[in-house]
Design a protein around this ligand. Sequence first.
Ligand code: NAD
Length: 496
Amino acid sequence: METTGLQFIAGKRRSGTSGEHYEVTNPATGEVLATEILAGPEDVDEAVAAARAAFCEWSRATPAERSEAMLRWADRLDARAEEFARVESRNAGKPIRLTEGFDVPGTIDNVRFFAGAARNLEGRGSAEYSADHTSAIRREPIGVIGSIAPWNYPLQMGAWKILPAIAAGNTIVLKPSELTPLTSVMFAEAAEEAGIPDGVINIVTGTGPIAGQALVTHPDVAMVSFTGSTAVGRQVASQAAGLVKRVHLELGGKAPFVVFDDADVEAAARGAVAGALINAGQDCTAATRAYVQRPLYGAFVERVAELLDGVRLGPVDDPATDMGSLISFKQRDKVAAMVDAAREAGATVVRGGKIPDGPLGQAAYYEPTLITDAAQDSAIVQQEVFGPVLVVLPFDTDDDAIRLANDTPYGLAASAWTSNVFRAGRATREMQAGCVWINDHIPIISEMPHGGYKASGFGKDMSAYAFDEYTNIKHVMTEITGDQHKSWHDVIFTSS
Ligand code: NAD
């Protein structure tokens, strides 16, 4: 079988050596997009060696040199934006409107942001904090970063790992999900074409238990940065702890969406539908649990149901399609099983709750689903569904809203909908999440950090805060008196 070559190591595409043949498919049609022999431990070894070899030159390049290469990379990506959007759409089952309007331009903007930020790494000012010394801070790259990304936003999640790491002078080996490797390899290839040296960015396409494990436990990988489920993140963190490696974890989410009784109900209903269905709900910040204050509850549920009726499922390359397929039959069946369990436990399925009839039902599509009457402690409210499912629950007091919003293990994102500045302020302070939106849900921006609280992980992607993950802070202390007898020597020498 001819393979496509989905490993990108030391600036070259090639196939893996594990012997395991794999078909990369379009989950919206079942079409095979690429075939590959997946990466095994030897491929990971080779990729880490390439990253290690590239580290010396890249880490010593000036920020301006790194920045210029990254800007050339952004220009190349601009020129190929349409191709990236098409491939991402087909590989992940996303509507072309989403990849053209969000995934690809967002990624290119991130490249430009980090090209600029590379020249602006900050530390505390140099000064005499001790009377006899000048102190300065050096922010230094850590070394070879091992990164692992999920399948929901393949290009963006890979970019969020790669960009701050290399802007700060590290080199990287990224393992995308084997389901969605295509744009990660194209992204690394475009970097190489733009003049980023071979070995700075390497991609190994393989499974978690084989290539992922080999990367996490590799002795020459100085830090592991992981985006994925909380269950796998926990495993990765415990292995990294045993090896005393730095870890950065972006994990699952179960974002609450709180609608107070002074909110604009139309704005909130539209926000809830868009926030729940973006990427077919396979978004770690998706609106999953709407808590609506009782006076607005009926009107909100009714309007959300009407809006769901207008959402068009269809082929992903049709610009009229609003929602595409889920990533796989496995994911679709997991979503279906969670909705069925909620129904059996007494919840009401107001809309959807099934695989669509007709041809879409032959692929991994699932209907946009609205659930009410679920118990707060039920699985559909507490656990990540990662599908197009919105649960709506009523609440009475503001205290109830905050308590219910915080009542899951996760803390990635949350939103509050209100026209009252005091309610907005209280929600901002008390909702336990790495991002709180007021009167919106979902938008992100390169300059601002993304990352979780609680079981959603720790550390930040995007923004200058990401540099805190990917740099070591070195204190340099220089004695400035030149005295042979330093004042602090009194603690050792009794007489001078
Ligand atoms: P996953 O945890 O199953 O897999 C994520 C990655 O880890 C994949 O590349 C996978 O191959 C790899 N992996 C699996 N087992 C591994 C192991 N034992 N060792 C090393 N690597 C291993 O997650 P997924 O299903 O691909 O993605 C969905 C999850 O990602 C959801 O929980 C979602 O919330 C989360 N996510 C979080 C963020 C965030 O920013 N917090 C962003 C996107 C997705």
